[in-house]
Ligand binder design. Structure first.
Ligand code: SF4
Ligand code: SF4
Ligand code: SF4
Length: 254
């Protein structure tokens, strides 16, 4: 029995998707090299991408996607009631994600543009934590499978696993990349939580902040850097808004 009251050989787990592309669930189903060991630890009760079985009893609920309809709120609350531990995974679940790009646009206008005269219920994209208690959050678009496995295995085996506290720039420097600011680009690496091995700047693409803010970021210094480099504050704000992870920061003038 572990500290959460689980028997080690029978951790029941469910993965549930809300408004999203299901890319995070697919990440978990990928990487066959580690999949058998991961699955051997767990009793999969509900996981659409992996199994056709459906059961309503689970200890850990992995929740992917954001909330954009009232029926999703009801379903999410039922999942929360059944699970001992609820993990929000992916930027949609943690922040509202790319779905939040629609939030500033009047919803009636959006529906008319996309669906014409059809009656479609939708509301601004909200985080899982806006409706239920979230015990762990694992950001990323998509998530790092390794990180999700480490955290789930940590829950099962009582080892504490936490997300990196430092920003993407640390991993980027470790990879000896040329900084994209030196090439006239705005990169969110200085303010974004590491853990992705700086995959975007390593491919010469600026970080868009899918993992949300790192701990103790110096946002005024970041904003000042953008100004000093003569780069556009408006572009900086657009990038900060992309995954909706910086709502506490993107209006900061620095
Ligand atoms: S976080 Fe990204 S990959 Fe994951 S479900 Fe949302 S859009 Fe898809
Ligand atoms: S490219 Fe981006 S992540 Fe890399 S050092 Fe520069 S600001 Fe940081
Ligand atoms: S570099 Fe930035 S946008 Fe790219 S995966 Fe990492 S955190 Fe996400």
């Amino acid at each position: 029995m572990n500290h959460l009251g689980f028997k080690l050989d029978s951790i029941k787990i469910g993965s549930f998707d809300f408004t999203c592309c299901e890319g995070c669930q697919l990440q978990l189903a990928n990487r066959e090299s580690s999949l058998p060991d991961f699955l051997a630890l767990l009793d999969i009760r509900n996981f659409r991408e992996i199994s056709s079985e459906r059961h309503d009893d689970y200890d850990i609920a992995l929740v992917e996607g954001s909330i954009t309809r009232s029926d999703e709120i009801r379903r999410l609350k039922t999942i929360r009631q059944k699970a001992k531990v609820l993990v929000a995974y992916g930027s949609c679940a943690c922040f509202g994600g790319v779905n939040s790009r629609k939030n500033p646009i009047p919803q009636e206008e959006l529906i008319r543009e996309v669906y014409g005269d059809k009656h479609i219920e939708t509301m601004p994209s909200m985080r899982i934590a806006d409706f239920v208690q979230v015990d762990y959050s694992i950001p990323g678009c998509p998530v790092s499978k390794k990180e999700v496995e480490q955290i789930v295995v940590g829950l099962v085996t009582r080892s504490l696993v936490s997300l990196p506290r430092f920003p993407v720039c640390v991993e980027c420097k470790q990879r000896l990349n040329t900084c994209l600011f030196d090439l006239g680009e705005i990169c969110l690496g200085p303010v974004t939580r590491a853990g992705c091995d700086a995959v975007c700047p390593s491919g010469k693409t600026p970080c868009l902040g899918c993992r949300g803010p790192a701990d103790d970021i110096n946002f005024p210094a970041f904003s000042q850097l953008v100004h000093e480099q003569g780069l556009s504050t408006e572009e900086m704000r657009e990038k900060l808004a992309f995954y909706n992870g910086f709502t506490d920061y993107h209006d900061h003038e620095g």
